[in-house]
Design a protein around this ligand. Structure first.
Ligand code: SF4
Ligand code: FES
Length: 248
């Protein structure tokens, strides 16, 4: 395939950015989107130009770092995949592909396509854990029985990889889907109930402090989430928050 890439180039958070067009030829359908960007960068380096900065790590849908807005959609046109799992066969010869960073005030651009998602880390640090004493004997995993449905729902919530696509998809740049997944994975388990009240109050407070918008139930986050995190988690977060507010 021969393609035209329109890529957001921005020197740093303080500089204005703009879309620059790059023609690229000989792209195979079996290449991943990031491999296609690797080819572009090799060509730019060979010409003595600065390569395009983009975030990536595992390249297998686990780490959540490869956050790109592709033709206006977080992680591009395929469903339930991250950018690193997106194949070029989703595009056609002659296409123009617009590639931008995720857009949200709480995710400032570091350079080109790389954004700073440390706001998510601070929400996680505000309560996305359980306090345990790790000295002494290891407790058997089956000491506390957990109903199968609760274990499954908790595991599903825990598959959130913190990529930020939910924020990028939302017209309000809300982080409710991410925060609700992190709250739910503990709220559903007996071990997580001990600190449930403080957890939900602190994580929601941090989410608001970071400047994420409010949820207005459009559901765009669920559609674009590569891990299929359900809106049911937002409903659970709201119930947890209401109950904690009354108690707290
Ligand atoms: S909820 Fe989905 S879209 Fe949002 S950070 Fe988690 S995995 Fe990414
Ligand atoms: S590079 Fe890790 S999820 Fe894409």
């Amino acid at each position: 395939m021969n393609l035209t890439l329109k890529i957001w180039r921005q020197k740093n958070a303080a500089s204005p950015g703009k879309l620059i067009a790059y023609p690229i030829n000989g792209i195979e359908g079996d290449m991943s989107f990031l491999e296609m960007l690797d080819v572009l960068n090799q060509e730019l380096i060979a010409k003595g130009e600065e390569p395009v900065v983009f975030d990536h790590d595992c390249r297998e849908g686990i780490c959540g770092s490869c956050s790109l807005q592709i033709n206006g959609e977080p992680h591009g046109p395929d469903r339930m995949v991250t950018t690193c799992q997106l194949h070029m066969r989703m595009f056609n010869d002659g296409d123009t592909i617009v590639i931008e960073p995720f857009r949200a005030n709480a995710f400032p651009v570091v350079k080109d396509l790389m954004i700073d998602r440390s706001a998510f880390d601070r929400i996680q640090q505000a309560g996305g854990y359980i306090s345990v004493n790790t000295s002494g004997n290891t407790i058997d995993a089956n000491t506390i029985p957990v109903p199968k449905n609760d274990a499954d729902a908790s595991f599903n919530a825990a598959t959130c990889i913190g990529c930020g696509a939910c924020v990028a998809a939302c017209k309000n740049a809300s982080a409710m889907l991410f925060t609700s997944a992190k709250v739910s994975q503990f709220a559903l388990l007996p071990q997580g109930r001990v600190e449930a009240t403080e957890r939900v109050l602190n994580m929601v407070r941090q989410m608001d402090l970071e400047g994420f918008g409010n949820c207005t139930n459009t559901g765009a986050c669920e559609v674009e989430c590569p891990k299929g995190i359900s809106l049911e988690n937002i409903a659970r977060l709201n119930r947890e928050y209401l109950s904690a507010s009354i108690k707290g």
